[in-house]
Design a protein around this ligand. Structure first.
Ligand SMILES: C[S@@+](CC[C@H](N)C(=O)[O-])C[C@H]1O[C@@H](n2cnc3c(N)ncnc32)[C@H](O)[C@@H]1O
Length: 182
């Protein structure tokens, strides 16, 4: 999430409610959000990430994070539940573009009135774009799929250039960020 949401003023507007984080990794953002008072559903497909988060929750005595091991594309979010939904650098790891479109459509329905949806997609110039297990979208494709979902555009951007991956090596990134509001 870095400082992206903070710098957009999201937390000046929202201070309570349910948050859904898809592809939460080891849970740093979930812990940050729980500390702000949100009730966080944190989803990741990797059981070792969820175990790590569960240990953090135990050690820090956190009550308001619910970690779940699941695939993003299988998780069924309740309608109109979430004040904030975050999928930071996780949707590109779904191999089928159709599934990504379905996930985003379902997420739009699970936003509460006034809620924010933030997700990233990787573009076709990203160095990983030859990877058949991942999906890549132009910014135009992203904007088109958001059309008609009943959300308002709050902020979009594309960042590209060299930077480190979580595992360390440097690669060329092309990341489209989409922040929409119901
Ligand atoms: C690049 S990491 C991003 C982690 C975190 N969101 C962040 O911004 O630091 C991608 C995460 O998404 C998870 N992930 C990838 N594909 C997934 C899927 N189909 N369903 C659930 N989690 C997935 C990975 O296990 C990993 O923790």
């Amino acid at each position: 999430m870095d400082k992206f949401l903070k710098n957009r003023g999201i937390f000046d507007t929202l201070s309570s409610g349910h948050v859904l984080e898809l592809g939460c990794g080891k849970g740093a953002d979930a812990v940050d959000l729980a500390g702000r008072g949100f009730i966080v559903d944190a989803i990741d497909k990797d059981p070792s990430n969820i175990s790590f988060l569960e240990s953090t929750i135990r050690e820090k005595g956190i009550k308001n994070i619910h970690p779940v091991t699941d695939l993003i594309e299988d998780f069924k979010p309740a309608e109109s539940k979430y004040s904030l939904i975050i999928a930071n650098n996780s949707l590109p790891f779904i191999s089928s573009k159709e599934k990504v479109v379905k996930v985003i459509t379902d997420l739009s329905k699970s936003l509460a009135e006034g809620g924010f949806l933030y997700f990233t997609l990787f573009g076709p110039d990203d160095e990983w774009s030859k990877n058949a297990d991942m999906s890549f979208f132009t910014q135009e494709e992203g904007l088109k799929l958001l059309d008609g979902l009943g959300l308002k555009r709050y902020f979009i951007s594309t960042e590209e250039g060299y930077g480190k991956t979580i595992k360390g090596p440097i690669k060329f990134w092309q990341i489209h960020k989409f922040l929409y509001r119901k």
